[in-house]
Design a protein around this ligand. Structure first.
Ligand code: NAG
Length: 487
């Protein structure tokens, strides 16, 4: 990490040596008494000593050294007249929560592999540890699946005919009109996952089901109840009634094939399978779905979704993976080992943890970064709701009303950037920064140390560094902070 930075910014590399007494050096020591992920950093006028007991501990310590160095370390300008000093400090540090994440929706708008890698660097910079890759949604299927080539031949591209805000990019580029989209080849995915691993970031793929899958049904209409052809839609369409058929066996064969390829590409324990916002209108009239309900002795369509998710969970568990789903998977009964991502407030997380399930908190009120960060009068068009920097900072993963056992099940928090209104990579930076820094602090630091007044001063310094890093952060995060009139 540091070598790369020095090479780019200063034009020299650090020398490595086994000499323990050398001055003006950065010493790395393995210390078996230090907890996993923790590190200590001791900077005196003689030397810098970083101690840890795991790769992650060293990575976090390095990122701290990086942040203590002058901000010019972030530029690629080969500056020669800078003294690369860092302040004398004594730090003993470790994360509070084991899950510190960010989700990027690359379906509503596609972001290139190069940008994804850049984004992963920035997550590492903030000591976040999880990148949730939302690869499937109505507006685009973004991952190559060899057995089903149409998923990306057809499902990764959409025609944008209507004049809607989320069409901003294609509107400005008429040539892109008919073919807006893109996807990651399996080689791209391997490259991204390997890159992330190197930086201490795990990647969790999300393969949505049973709804939010119009891109898949457009590619293979036999996946739906009616089998009728549909097109990949351009914008958000609610309620989401296009849904995989839960009655036909072919749906499950398809999903198991897809997940088999996905699991080969993503070695981590978690696979996210969505589960949100499934309107079951089609299931109500589909003879296959109704037959399934009868045969399985299910009470209604909610229990049919639960049957669906449980079947997928069984398959994932057989492959030693853990299922994550949005909090709707509580309805009709949770799969046995599922981890729940609580987005419609904290309630789903409260309930799931009560039932003994692990939980990741990602409530709309604090962590939806597709919402406005300031007054809509001064901000580019966004989803019509509000998540100010301060609101992000006020997020706490656990609730006072939770028992000790429930609190233990809360793994951490995650900010979600849905991309209906995020047509470009630059715009995604705008929505993510500086808000992501607020989340990073909240999930890393002990609660008693969190202090908005203090953060609000330090974040200005951080924004100066974002500037050097070339991030298109929201400068308005400071100009406007009304505790909004928007709900
Ligand atoms: C929800 C949808 C998501 C959408 C977003 C907009 C979840 C789990 N589902 O309606 O597809 O993009 O909110 O804020 O958030």
């Amino acid at each position: 990490i540091l070598n790369d930075l020095f090479k780019k910014a200063a034009g020299f590399e650090l020398e490595t040596s086994a000499d323990r007494n050398s001055e003006n050096s950065i010493q790395l020591k393995i210390n078996s008494e230090i907890a996993k992920e923790a590190y200590t950093l001791n900077v005196t006028s003689e030397r810098v000593v970083l101690e840890a007991n795991s790769k992650l501990g060293f990575v976090y310590g390095m990122e701290t050294i990086r942040q203590l160095l002058p901000k010019e370390i972030e530029s690629a300008s080969k500056i020669s007249n800078i003294g690369w000093y860092i302040p004398n400090v004594e730090i003993s540090d470790a994360p509070q929560y084991s899950y510190r994440g960010n989700m990027l929706d690359v379906s509503r708008h596609f972001f290139r592999k190069e940008y994804i890698k850049k984004h992963i660097d920035r997550l590492a910079f903030l000591k976040l540890n999880t990148f949730h890759f939302h690869l499937v949604d109505d507006q685009g299927w973004r991952i190559e699946i060899k057995k089903y080539p149409k998923l990306t031949e057809v499902g990764a591209f959409r025609g944008d005919q209507e004049d809607r805000p989320w069409n901003a990019r294609t509107k400005n580029d008429p040539d892109a009109k008919a073919t807006f989209g893109g996807f990651y080849t399996q080689d791209d995915i391997k490259e991204i996952v390997a890159y992330a691993q190197e930086k201490g970031i795990r990647v969790i793929p999300e393969i949505e089901m049973p709804a939010h899958v119009m891109s898949a049904i457009a590619s293979y209409p036999w996946l739906s109840c009616t089998g009728e052809p549909i097109a990949v839609p351009s914008g958000g369409i609610w309620p989401i009634t296009d849904i995989y058929c839960a009655g036909k066996e072919t749906t499950f064969e398809f999903l198991e094939d897809v997940l088999t390829e996905v699991m080969k590409l993503f070695p981590g324990e978690y696979i996210h399978v969505g589960g949100d916002e499934a309107t079951k209108t089609n299931w109500k009239t589909c003879p296959d779905c109704q037959r399934r309900i009868k045969e399985e002795g299910l009470a209604d369509e909610d229990e049919l979704q639960s049957y669906f998710m449980k079947r997928i969970e069984k398959f994932l568990n057989e492959n030693n993976r853990i299922l994550i789903g949005w909090d709707e998977i509580l309805e009709g009964g949770l799969p046995e080992e599922a981890t729940v991502m609580s987005w419609r407030g904290f309630e789903g997380g409260w309930e799931a943890s009560k039932q003994g399930h692990d939980v990741i908190m990602t409530p709309t009120d604090h962590l939806y970064f597709d919402y406005y960060q300031g007054s809509p009068d001064n901000e580019p068009v966004a989803f019509n709701a509000f998540t100010s920097l301060k609101r992000v900072y006020e997020f706490r993963p656990v609730l006072d009303s939770m028992s000790v056992a429930q609190k233990k099940h809360v793994l951490g928090g995650q900010a979600n950037l849905w991309a209906e209104y995020v047509p470009t990579e630059e715009h995604s930076e705008y929505m993510l920064f500086p808000r992501l820094a607020a989340l990073a602090e909240v999930v890393w630091s002990p609660e008693e140390q969190l202090n908005w007044d203090d953060f609000s001063v330090r974040i200005r310094k951080m924004m100066e560094r974002f500037e050097v890093m070339g991030i298109n952060y929201a400068k308005s995060a400071y100009a406007v902070q009304p505790e909004s009139d928007i709900d």
